[in-house]
Design a protein around this ligand. Sequence first.
Ligand code: CMP
Length: 140
Amino acid sequence: MTQRTLVLVKPDGVRRGLTGEVLRRIEAKGYTLVACELKQATRDMLAQHYAEHEGKPFYEPLVEFMLSGPVTAAVFEGERVIEGFRALAGATDPTVALPGTIRGDLGRDWGLKVQQNIVHGSDSEESSAREIAIWFPGLA
Ligand code: CMP
């Protein structure tokens, strides 16, 4: 089943110049780029994007981190791309993410727990529809 997923290269990834490397890995896997833009998130966008995490101890630091610089927002398409990208991204905590994954190869703990984990990917079709509407409201 063809799906779409929202990928964010988070501010740590953009600052470190990893946008091209992340997009290259996703394209090399065979997924199709359908939208891509460097964007500065707003508090309002992040409140919607991270609604499920509101109230958790890491919520405010996560929002501050996501506001700390631009993110590269992208939409990729392909068969089972949601789980496919999550496999490419690796575990949430970059310290233990397996080598071969984006987080495992390119990330580590910089003293801020697991917030700085380079990428975000939608975790379900419901999330991807909601997240794509936040980041690319004009995309059909
Ligand atoms: P992401 O896939 O964007 O979804 C929620 C984000 O919250 C996650 O990546 C991490 O950046 C962050 N996160 C999740 N768990 C923790 C945690 N225990 N401490 C700090 N940040 C976290």
